[in-house]
Design a protein around this ligand. Sequence first.
Ligand code: ATP
Ligand code: MG
Length: 188
Amino acid sequence: MNLILFGPPGAGKGTQAALIVDKYKLVHLSTGDLLRHEMSSSTELGKEISEIINSGKLVSDHHVLKMIKIFIENNKKSNGFLFDGFPRNQDQANLLDKLLADLDLKITSVILLEVDKESLRERILSRSQKEGRADDNEETLIKRLEVYFSETEPVIAHYSNKGLVKSIDGVGEINDINQRINSILDLV
Ligand code: ATP
Ligand code: MG
């Protein structure tokens, strides 16, 4: 089973991803986590991308794709992948299709977490108090949402044309949302 977890910034992708990979024994690939790891380890890449991330824009495909390719190849013997925060634009989606096809794999389902803008804002601002992420502030959030609606949301059509998209109400208790996801995945 290879899944993509889609949704706007603050939709709870990271939280739900951890529960899904545990239950279905998948490998979690979060581009946001990988990029933050580069920043906290102050690698060359980390230094180049911190300004972009903190302004709410997307890191260049060139950087992201190289990271993804290595990760997928290193984990190709796994039970399946959960892609979280990737693909984020059409070029990334095309490349993911190609990388998977080369390994004889394909996407099984796309889970779309739907959360209204006001809840996203509340969650991001409360997370900023706990985690202190430099991109979790009101100004950057506005940019991140803009990028989500202009570049990322259109990619959903790429998968809904193939009948793969399952929409989930992402508002409520973490465990309730997880149940909603599981009840769909158990049928896959
Ligand atoms: P959530 O809160 O639902 O887990 P998020 O949108 O807040 O998700 P991340 O997915 O961690 O956060 O992304 C944080 C930032 O990392 C993005 O705003 C972007 O700058 C960069 N980023 C993450 N994934 C990609 C990607 N696939 N392509 C380009 N940039 C990316
Ligand atoms: Mg995340």
